[in-house]
Design a protein around this ligand. Structure first.
Ligand SMILES: [Zn+2]
Length: 127
């Protein structure tokens, strides 16, 4: 059975694994999941475990009422593999997320689906 790239990505997350794609032809990492390499058009792409380490590229605080969880942040994270993804940095106040901050991914489970979230990296300092 052939799963679409996005379905495969979500299935890995549901099993607690954060995977991205790697192109065997031009050796670049690929995210978001797709069928063809966006750089050179090669197919199929290989699945590899992401290191989970990245750097905050931008962060926006979204206002939300306290009774539904309070403010949260939406961040663009540059993974060390060279791809950018949208996620959320937790474990720090939304306004405390800094551009250039080193972060570490983990897979959270919400309503039975895996989800990539980030928290400040313990080691690695500022990129
Ligand atoms: Zn390629």
């Amino acid at each position: 059975m052939h799963l679409s790239a996005h379905t495969h990505y979500q299935a890995e997350l549901d099993a607690g694994r954060f995977c991205i794609q790697h192109c065997p032809q031009c050796h670049q990492h690929v995210f978001t999941p797709r069928e063809l390499c966006p750089h050179c058009g090669a197919s199929p792409l290989r699945w590899v475990r992401a290191s989970g380490l990245g750097t905050v590229y931008s962060s926006t605080t979204i206002a939300r009422k306290e009774d539904v969880g309070g403010n949260y942040n939406v961040a663009l994270i540059d993974l060390d593999e060279g791809v950018r993804m949208m996620s959320r940095v937790e474990g720090v106040a939304p306004v405390g997320v800094r551009i250039g901050q080193r972060v570490q991914a983990h897979v959270a489970q919400k309503d039975g689906r895996g989800l990539v979230l980030f928290q400040p990296a313990v080691q690695g300092g500022v990129a």
